[in-house]
Design a protein around this ligand. Structure first.
Ligand SMILES: [Fe+2]
Ligand SMILES: [Fe+2]
Length: 267
C-alpha cells in the first residue's frame, strides 16, 4: 500500500480517537481494515478520503467524454483548416497522446507523492480544447471545459476541482517547473515525455511522409527528436521523469545507430 495513503489513513484514525494503545498493539493492515469497515458502517461520515475520489468507472466516462469532445471539434472544422491532414491534428492522435500523458503523469505522481487523482484527471483534460482553440489559449479553454464537466457532477469537492483546473491552465508554462504545484509539474513532465522516445521518432517519420520527404532525411528528423529529448531531460525536475527521459533518449540513440549501420548514405 502507498505510504501516503497509509499516512492519510493513520492521521484520520488518530483524529477520530482510536486509543494510541491500539495503534501500538495492532498491525497497520488491521487498522486499515477497521477503518474501511467504519466507513462502511457510516461511523466516519464527513471524513474526506484523499485517494480514489474518482472511481475507475467515472474515469472511463471522462475518457469517453474527452474523446467525443475532440471528435466534435474536428467535425466543426472547415475542410483543410489548420493543416488538419497531419495525423497529430486528428481526434484519434490527440486522444492517444492524452492517454499516454495520463499513464505517464499517474506514474510520476505516485512515485513523487503527488495527488494521483488530481494529476490523472488534469492529464485527461489537459488537451481537450487543443483542436478548437489556438495553441496559446488551449490550456485555459481546457480548464473551462474540465470545470464545467466536474461541476456538473456535484460529488467532487471544490478544492479538488480547483487543483485539477489549475494544473490544466498552467500546463503550457514555459518557466521553471519548481514554480508550480507538484501535480502541475507531473502533468507537464508527462506531456514533455510523450514527445520523445520511440513514439516521438515514429511520429517524426510519419510526418516525413506527409511532407513528401524521402527516408534519406530520416537522420535529420531523428536528430530533431534527440534534441527535443535533451531539452525535455534538462527541463524535468522529478527523479522519476528524469529517468524516463534518459531511457527514452537511449532508445532514440539506438534507432539512429541502427539506421546509420544499415543505410550506406548515412553516418
Ligand atoms: Fe497542451
Ligand atoms: Fe499535451
Amino acid at each position: 500500500m502507498n505510504r501516503r495513503v497509509m499516512l492519510d489513513m493513520l492521521t484520520v484514525i488518530d483524529s477520530v480517537g482510536i486509543p494510541n494503545q491500539r495503534l501500538k498493539s495492532e498491525t497497520t493492515e488491521q487498522l486499515v481494515n477497521d477503518y474501511r469497515s467504519s466507513i462502511a458502517e457510516g461511523s466516519l461520515v464527513g471524513v474526506e478520503i484523499k485517494e480514489n475520489r474518482v472511481p475507475d468507472t467515472e474515469f472511463e466516462e471522462m475518457k469517453a467524454f474527452v474523446f467525443e469532445y475532440l471528435a466534435a471539434s474536428v467535425g466543426k472544422e472547415e475542410e483543410g483548416g489548420r493543416m488538419r491532414w497531419y495525423p497529430w491534428h486528428s481526434a484519434e492522435y490527440r486522444h492517444n497522446h492524452i492517454l499516454n500523458v495520463v499513464d505517464l503523469a499517474e506514474e510520476i505522481a505516485r512515485k513523487e507523492g503527488a495527488d494521483a487523482d488530481v494529476t490523472r484527471v488534469a492529464a485527461l483534460f489537459h488537451d481537450v480544447a487543443k483542436l478548437e482553440a489556438d495553441q496559446e489559449l488551449h490550456a485555459e479553454a481546457g480548464a473551462r471545459v474540465a470545470r464545467e464537466y466536474l461541476e456538473s457532477r456535484s460529488e467532487y469537492p471544490e478544492s479538488f476541482i480547483d487543483q485539477v483546473c489549475q494544473a490544466i491552465e498552467h500546463h503550457s508554462y514555459q518557466g521553471n517547473l519548481n514554480d508550480l504545484a507538484l501535480e502541475t509539474q507531473c502533468l507537464i513532465e508527462a506531456d514533455l515525455l510523450d514527445k520523445i522516445g520511440a513514439n516521438g521518432t515514429a511520429l517524426m517519420l510519419l510526418r516525413m511522409g506527409y511532407e513528401a520527404r524521402t527516408h534519406m532525411d530520416a537522420d535529420e528528423m531523428i536528430e530533431r527528436v534527440l534534441e527535443r529529448g535533451y531539452d525535455a531531460a534538462s527541463r524535468v525536475r522529478s527523479d522519476t521523469a528524469e529517468s524516463i527521459a534518459h531511457q527514452r533518449l537511449k532508445r532514440v540513440k539506438w534507432f539512429r545507430e541502427w539506421l546509420e549501420d544499415e543505410i550506406a548514405a548515412m553516418g
